[in-house]
Design a binder for this molecule. Structure first.
Ligand SMILES: Nc1ncnc2c1ncn2[C@@H]1O[C@H](COP(=O)(O)OP(=O)(O)OP(=O)(O)O)[C@@H](O)[C@H]1O
Ligand SMILES: [Mg+2]
Length: 342
């Protein structure tokens, strides 16, 4: 692997560098640090410089010696949709996709960087043969800003994809037969994806996550955000703790996340009437470490729910117990580091 993976989250940056070995992969380095306050979203050269410096420092601390990096764009900044089109050859598709994109992307296409990937071919109904295509549109301004900041660091971006694609690579084997719902719950946002045969067939994101949980606890109890986060991590939503008070404060946020999960399940059930039902929910991202969240989702959806820890799925040498425990926070970074070119 000639590139390392860098996940720049709303609150923390995660870096992973892997080396291929005869028996699996070896972890060359893995590190997490705080994301500078303005992150990747400021137009100010001053903030961009701060961001570049933070990336450089992280690389030095992690002792990364290669210059190629794979990065992920946050789901909420990007348009992603699986669309259906008539069956076309690759060549026909490459010219038809632009016109198709125009009908789906609610922004002028000249302001967007387009990317696409065939999800499934030869889906036939009575009348015709169709194909499914994953369409991704990222604002040019966003892509340029990433390129600019990375140029300042002296790094070369070898691949840009969206976070959920990285997460799915890290957590779902490409030969997985079952249909899964992957839910990446971060600090600022939650992205959901339905994965069929190892491929994303539906995805979207909502602005809900761990920071909203902290705010809910802080305002209920008059805590500072830091205190609130500590209580959240310690007690989570296990009802018996503190008489269930923390759990109660978290209810509105959890119910909103649950309602998005149920919406995705209902959407899939409606599209695929009988065959191949959705069988499992995989929660990942930092907020999936909330004590009790897997039980909460399992009880309320009736589906088997697991915490997606990428270190438990892949044979990677060199994982410490602390890293193993924080595994769900590294799904995006590991997926990026694992990308061999596709
Ligand atoms: N043990 C825990 N219990 C509950 N929440 C936790 C735990 N550990 C971390 N978190 C929460 O996870 C969030 C950080 O997760 P993560 O690193 O995945 O977010 P991010 O990538 O920075 O954000 P985003 O993906 O939204 O851009 C924080 O809100 C933090 O409070
Ligand atoms: Mg994240």
């Amino acid at each position: 692997m000639n590139s390392f993976g860098l996940d720049i989250g709303a609150t923390s940056m995660k870096l992973i560098w892997l080396q291929k070995q005869r028996s699996g992969m070896m972890l060359k380095s893995c590190m997490m640090t705080v994301t500078p306050a303005k992150g990747m979203f400021s137009e100010s050269p001053f903030d961009q410089e701060a961001m570049a410096q933070a990336i450089q420092k992280l690389m030095i601390d992690a002792k990364v010696t290669i210059k190629n990096v794979n990065v992920a764009l946050p789901e909420n900044q990007v348009f992603t949709k699986v669309i259906e089109m008539p069956e076309l050859s690759d060549k026909e598709l490459s010219s038809a996709i632009y016109w198709e994109a125009e009908q789906h992307i609610p922004a002028p296409l000249k302001t967007m960087a387009l990317d696409y990937k065939v999800v499934k071919r030869n889906i036939s109904d009575q009348l015709s043969s169709k194909m499914q295509v994953l369409l991704v549109g990222a604002p040019n301004t966003l892509v340029h800003r990433y390129q600019q900041i990375f140029e300042m660091t002296g790094l070369t971006i070898t691949a840009i994809e969206t976070e959920i694609i990285s997460v799915v690579r890290a957590l779902v084997p490409s030969n997985a037969a079952s249909v899964l719902l992957v839910v990446n719950i971060g600090a600022l946002s939650t992205s959901l994806a339905i994965v069929q045969n190892g491929i994303v067939v539906f995805t979207y994101s909502v602005p809900l996550g761990g920071l909203a949980m902290d705010r809910a606890i802080a305002s209920n109890f008059g805590f500072t955000p830091t205190q609130a986060e500590e209580y959240k991590k310690t007690y989570g939503i296990n009802d018996q703790n503190l008489g269930g008070k923390i759990s109660q404060a978290l209810q509105p946020i959890l119910l909103s996340i649950l309602s998005e999960i149920k919406k995705a399940i209902a959407y899939y059930a409606d599209k695929n009437k009988n065959d191949n039902p959705l069988s499992q929910v995989i929660l990942t991202g930092g907020s999936s470490l909330l004590p009790g969240i897997d039980l909460f989702v399992a009880r309320n959806t009736g589906l088997e729910t697991i915490i997606g820890n990428p270190w438990k799925i892949h044979q990677v040498a060199g994982i410490s117990p602390e890293l193993l425990e924080q595994g769900p926070r590294f799904s995006v970074a590991l997926g990026l580091a694992m990308r061999t070119d596709e």
